[in-house]
Ligand binder design. Structure first.
Ligand code: NIG
Ligand code: FE
Length: 414
């Protein structure tokens, strides 16, 4: 099927011209075309330009959208989520409102371990049912591709149940979904006081099975005091890489341990969080061209420090923004809300935020060859919003501006 979208007030292409990501000043260059048009053919983008320059005949087989009052941009890529989970943690949210911290709640057996108890007590069917609801809402707010992590099972069976749920959702549902194995998310109760014993189970039992069945494309570790140290992180990621998985790290979230430098040395695809990244960490990511995935919603929701986005962009780190959608540290999947927080608290410009949620986010999941910009040959994933200017997406917050979502060239009925 062909789809022609024309008379677009502002067509935000985020054109990368073959580059994997944008960094430094390039992040402000959105490749805006006024009165733009896009032709989508067989799910891909076939032509991009000014409406007046389009010379092909418009036949009956072509669906036409007249987007006069709309801004168009690439579908958002949410490169870091924990969107498959069971239960919810509104009681912990209420406890935090009374002054308890995220760490205090975790030390009392809440936090990640709370969700682990819920996941272990549920079925794959119910996990998928809950996730399906989130995926539909994500699409409605413009997220057309996302990464989903396991990490709320922490036993071989429960981790595999989560990864199978993610795989089946990827096969059945509309957004493009990339799976990440996060067995090293926390030390499960069975291994309290013996994190190395748990790391051994991950390396000797979980990873071989997951790699063999190709249940995950990436492996991630929560590298943090009280979770997994640098040596344990390296052990898990080294084993994952030797089995063909690409790597990510939850790094420098609560303290500066050096996870960013480790990610740079290991050639990770992305290093995520980075609220407490050091200057050395920033230089290491820039030099190794590792994407830094920032999660403004976590800092906002937990009232924690914000990642030094300005210093990172100015140093040449390819910066992406994701939601980290999960029941504990960010119960939101709104990419535009993340942009608002990044503009107000991290001094990122609206232009940098759009690059960070599209092209650079695609690079964070190794998909920027097919996703993240409106350019010939990439998937036709396009979001249309009736706003006067693209800056409204971050500026007019707390409402969903997205009117039309095109996924692989098809207009979605949501
Ligand atoms: O990315 N930092 C570690 N893990 C998650 C939080 C998960 C949870 O609280 O359930 C995160 O923020
Ligand atoms: Fe996370």
């Amino acid at each position: 099927m062909n789809l022609f979208i024309r008379n677009i007030r502002q067509l935000i292409t985020v054109a990368a011209n073959g580059k994997r990501f944008k960094r430094g000043k390039e992040m402000r260059d959105l490749g805006v075309i006024e009165n733009g048009a896009v032709l989508c053919r067989d799910g891909k983008i076939a032509w991009v330009g000014r409406t007046a320059e389009f010379s092909e005949q418009i036949g009956d087989e072509m669906t036409v959208i007249d987007a006069g009052e709309m801004v168009a941009l690439p579908g958002f890529v949410d490169a870091h989520t924990h969107a498959v989970f069971a239960g919810s943690r509104e009681l912990e949210f209420a406890m935090r409102s009374e002054g308890l911290t995220y760490q205090q709640i975790a030390e009392r057996g809440g936090g990640i371990l709370n969700t682990i108890r819920s996941v272990r007590g549920t079925t794959k069917r119910d996990l998928k049912k809950a996730a399906r609801h989130h995926l539909t809402e994500m699409l409605r707010s413009g997220t057309t591709s996302l990464e989903i992590k396991s990490g709320y099972g922490l036993s071989t069976d429960a981790e595999i149940m989560m990864l199978e749920a993610i795989r089946e959702l990827a096969e059945e549902e509309l957004p493009d979904i990339v799976a990440t194995f996060l067995g090293a998310h926390a030390v499960p109760p069975e291994f309290t006081g013996d994190p190395d014993g748990y790391v051994k189970t991950i390396v000797d039992t979980m990873l071989p099975y997951i790699a063999e069945r190709k249940l995950a494309e990436f492996c991630d570790v929560f590298c943090e005091r009280g979770y997994f140290d640098l040596a344990q992180t390296e052990r898990v990621l080294g084993a994952a890489a030797s089995r063909g998985l690409k790597t990510k790290i939850h790094a420098e979230e609560l303290s500066a341990l050096g996870g960013a430098e480790l990610g740079a040395r290991l050639g990770a695809t992305s290093v995520d969080h980075l609220e407490h990244i050091s200057e050395k960490g920033i230089s290491a990511l820039a030099a190794a061209e590792v994407v830094g995935v920032l999660l403004p919603g976590v800092s906002f929701f937990l009232n924690h420090a914000y990642a030094p986005a300005r210093a990172m962009i100015d140093a040449g780190v390819p910066v992406a923004i994701a939601t980290d959608f999960n029941p504990g540290s960010c119960m939101s999947y709104s990419m535009p809300l993340m942009m608002t927080i990044a503009c107000t608290h991290m001094h990122m410009s609206p232009e940098e935020c759009i690059t960070a949620t599209t092209l650079n986010a695609a690079a964070a999941i190794d998909r920027s060859d097919t996703l993240g910009s409106i350019e010939r040959g990439k998937y036709a994933d396009i979001v249309l919003a009736p706003v006067p200017d693209y800056r409204f997406l971050a500026y007019h917050f707390g409402t969903n501006h997205v009117r039309t979502v095109v996924k692989h060239g098809t207009i979605l009925e949501l």
